[in-house]
Write a protein that binds this ligand. Sequence first.
Ligand SMILES: NC(=O)C1=CN([C@@H]2O[C@H](COP(=O)(O)OP(=O)(O)OC[C@H]3O[C@@H](n4cnc5c(N)ncnc54)[C@H](OP(=O)(O)O)[C@@H]3O)[C@@H](O)[C@H]2O)[C@@H](O)CC1
Ligand SMILES: Nc1ncnc2c1ncn2[C@@H]1O[C@H](COP(=O)(O)OP(=O)(O)O)[C@@H](O)[C@H]1O
Ligand SMILES: [K+]
Length: 534
Amino acid sequence: MTNPRPLPDHPPQLLSPNDRPLPLFTVAQLRELEARGAAGLPAHTLMVRAGAASAHYLIERAAHEGSLATEHPVWIAAGPGNNGGDALVLATRLRQAGIAAEVCMPVEVKAEDARWALGEARAAGVPISHVPPASLDAFGWVVDGLFGIGLARPLEGIFAELAVRIGRRATTHGRVLALDVPSGLDSDTGNVVDGGLAVRATETVTFLGAKPGLYMTYGRDLAGSVTLAPLGVDLPPAADVARLNAPALFAPHFPARSFASHKGTFGSLAVVGGDTGMCGAPILAARAALHTGAGKVHVAFVGEGAPAYDAPYPELMLHPPGTLAFDAMDALAVGCGMGRGANAIASLQKALGCNAPLLLDADALNLIASDTSLAGVLTAGAVKGASGADGTARPCVLTPHPLEAARLLGTDSTSIQRDRLGSARALAARFAAVVVLKGAGTVIASPDGRAAVNPTGNAALATGGTGDVLGGIIGALLAERLPGYEAALAGVYLHGLAAETLTAGGSGPAGLTAGELAPTVRTLLNRLIYPVRD
Ligand SMILES: NC(=O)C1=CN([C@@H]2O[C@H](COP(=O)(O)OP(=O)(O)OC[C@H]3O[C@@H](n4cnc5c(N)ncnc54)[C@H](OP(=O)(O)O)[C@@H]3O)[C@@H](O)[C@H]2O)[C@@H](O)CC1
Ligand SMILES: Nc1ncnc2c1ncn2[C@@H]1O[C@H](COP(=O)(O)OP(=O)(O)O)[C@@H](O)[C@H]1O
Ligand SMILES: [K+]
């Protein structure tokens, strides 16, 4: 293996976003900040820093596994814009560090900074060809520097061909690094630009600021693990910028578990749902609520034929239809397996008329979508501040999956998925409620403009009942008196982390059952929020 020479500058800052509430910038926001960041800096500075940060990343990353060997050079695909410029600086830096690297530039770079970078690469003796090699298998690393945030139309021709080949290489041999974003990914939404093709990378070094699309929809599959290189620019996020969900956003809102506490301290939750033949859903939610630390958990069934008690969890209090006083509860979670019959509508109306914090899921959302008078009661309750005492609105959290979200907005689920962040924000504004838009990269949006994208969770959650479990977790946190937005952030984060933890232990990604999540949520909650002190 070649012994890499140290790079000339001090090491660039590289951040692993895990567990940090990083701001997530849209392309429009980045363009503005980019211009501000570049002002006052010598020409080409940000591109030089982007290339240097990528070189540093690769050298550090490869140090332990010897994957930067002379016989296995780094192959770098450079596109026509500034992303290609970053790629050329990377190649120059690697070469200056004594690492074998070659560039494939199918179309000569056009952007001004990138043309300068091409001159530097040529002067440093970087081999540059216009035609890709027959196989990418022999390269130690493959780098995607084709397109970044400037991609305006679907990849075509040689660029489409390269995207497919790089993606295949990632699947068969790994070690594919994307610069800024995997080419073809829409960094605002996590979709592929205009339904075309995109590179699949195993890791991404993203520049200046993190982007929402790296964590949503197809983003996590295409980007792999993400590292942020801020390029020495301190970006002042606007108030409405979305955040990556992280414990710092919600941990301070949990109640203390003092010696003097009692079950009333942690609130009573009623899970309302379970039409005849659908009793499992509220039971799953209620069990999850118990494991999330609610003081007392009830189930108010809307259908006949429900069990008298839950044998594995006799702590739960189960009530036949119409027998539980909702207004004695500290929170209500309404909708799991509730159906849309007369009893369901009556229960929802009763719940909407209470002052207690509300979580609305599944059929509660479907009923609201199909009945404008229910929607009116919901928004009126929030707007006039139904809880009254301190004049603030009662917390209300809606947890739609994309189809339920589409029904609430009167559109289709494709439109919702085209812009998950925008859809969640629109719903939050429409219903004056906190919205949890579920799916890969769950979005949490508050009517006050705050929004977050959740980085935890995986395909193990793609199984029936996991949404009921999430409803129970958030319902419990509302009963524990967390504000709505923070209850939603915490619930979604813990639910996703539980799936990841169980997957790491071999219970996923295939075959995880929803009921298994709750005990792991309990463990994570205690580790993250209530660690035992020596
Ligand atoms: N400026 C800065 O401060 C910093 C910028 N940085 C880097 O710059 C990146 C953004 O660079 P960018 O704006 O040049 O866009 P980029 O993603 O390279 O692509 C645009 C080019 O592609 C072309 N093109 C578009 N679609 C196409 C298609 N389908 N097929 C073929 N061509 C297509 C388009 O041509 P046109 O549409 O004009 O014909 C244009 O030439 C950013 O992600 C980061 O990596 C960092 O260095 C940090 C500092
Ligand atoms: N691929 C995935 N990645 C991350 N989370 C997922 C994925 N698929 C499903 N989920 C999560 O699983 C839960 C499913 O909820 P939902 O669709 O309401 O299911 P159900 O009605 O069966 O309980 C949501 O929290 C959702 O975000
Ligand atoms: K790229």
